[in-house]
Design a protein around this ligand. Sequence first.
Ligand SMILES: *Cc1c(COP(=O)(O)O)cnc(C)c1O
Length: 428
Amino acid sequence: MPSHTTFKPIMTSLAESPTVPSFSRAVPITRRTFDEVIVPTYAPSSIIPVRAKGLDVWDQENRQYLDFGAGIAVTSLGHCHPEVVKALQQQAEKLWHVSNGYTNEPVLQLASALVATTFADRAFFCNSGAEANEAALKMARKYADSFGHSHKKRIVSCVNAFHGRTLFTVSVGGQPKYTEGFGPLPPELTHIEFNNIDAARAVIDSGVCAVIVEPIQGEGGVTPATPDYLRVLRELCDQQGALLIFDEVQCGMGRTGELFAYMGYGVIPDVLTCAKALGNGYPIGAMLTTDKVAAAFSVGTHGTTYGGNPLAASVALKVLNIINSPHFLHRVQQASDNFMVALQGLQREYPQILGELRGKGLLVGIELTRAYKGRAKEITRAAEEQGLMILIAGPDVLRFAPALIVSDEQIQEAAKRLGYALAKIAKA
Ligand SMILES: *Cc1c(COP(=O)(O)O)cnc(C)c1O
C-alpha cells in the first residue's frame, strides 16, 4: 500500500505527459484491479463479464455462462434486448437531460402508461429502488403530517425485509447486519415478523403512518407473503389511517407472472415502489400512488436531479410495453411451471442438499437443508464453474431470477449445469 507521502504524479493532462501511460493501454484490467481501486463493499466473482446477449454472458476469457440471476432480477428482458437497445439509442440521439425545470415527453408517456395499467394516479421517478422507497417513506410521514397528526410517525416493517441502503431504507429494512455501526438511526421504526398476523395486529395502531412490505421477500430468502397476511395489513391500515406501501422493486414488472405482484394477491396498496427490472439495466426507480396521497407532496418537498430523465424513461417505457402483454405474462407463468418441475427433479436427486422450494413466477428460492446451511455462496460458485450464474438470498437460500424471456431449452440446460455443480458439492 502506498503511504500518503508516496510521490504521485498529478494526472491532469495524461495525453501530454510522456511519463504517465494511458491506463486503458498500460494497465491490464483484472479481477485484482477491483481489490486495488474499489471501496471494498462487495466480494465479486473471480470472473469479469464483458458482453452478453439474452441469457448468455461471456467473460474476459470468452467463456459462456447462462444467466439465471439477471443482475438480481434486473435484466428481465435479457441482456441487450434489441428493442430496448434501439429505444435507448434513438433517445440518445435526441435529448439526454433537461433538469426538473422542464418535463419531457418520454417521462410523461411512461407515467401515463404506468397509471393506465395500475391502481395509481401518479408517479414519481428516481434512480433506484432505495430512492423509490425513500420517497415513499418520506411521503408517508408528510401525509400524516398534512392532516395535523403530529403523533403519527411510526413506520412498521418486517424482519428480514430489504428496502435499500440509504440510512432511512436500511433502518426500515429488517436486517440488523446492514445497520450495524451506522447509528444513530432514524427513530419511530418497528419491525414485526413477516407473515405473522397477530404481530401485525399488536403493533399497527393510530400512531402508525405507514406499513411497508415486500409481497415476496427477495433478499430475505424468497418468501411470498400469504394472501391473508396482505389482506389483514390492508384492513389494519384502513382502520388506523396508515398507508400500505408495497415494495415491488424485486417482485414487480412481470417477475411473478403478473405485471405487479399485488395484482395476483388482489390487495391494493396506497403506494407501490418499483425499480430493478423497470429499466432492464438502465437505472430508474418509480414510486406510484393515488391522487389523495400524492397531494402530501407539493412543489419543492422532494426531488432528484436525474429522476425521470428522458434516457431512463424511454428505456422503461419500452420495457413496460413489452412486459405488459397477456401473452408475455402467460409465458412467464409457463416458464415458471417448467422451471419448478426441473428444480423438483434436482430436489429428488439431492435431498441431502436441497430443502424447501418456494417463490412465485420466475422468482424462485431453494432453502438448503440443515446439513448444508451457510453454504449457498459456495454452491453459486460451483454453479458458475459449470457455466451457470445464480444468486443467493442470505447464506442458506439459492435464488433464481432468470430473464422472463427464458426458453424451455435454457431451463433444461440450467438444471443440467446446476446438477453437475450439486454432484460436485455432494461428493466433496
Ligand atoms: C434491490 C431492492 C431494493 C433496493 O434497490 P436499489 O436499486 O439497490 O436501491 C429495495 N427493495 C427491494 C425489495 C429490493 O429487492
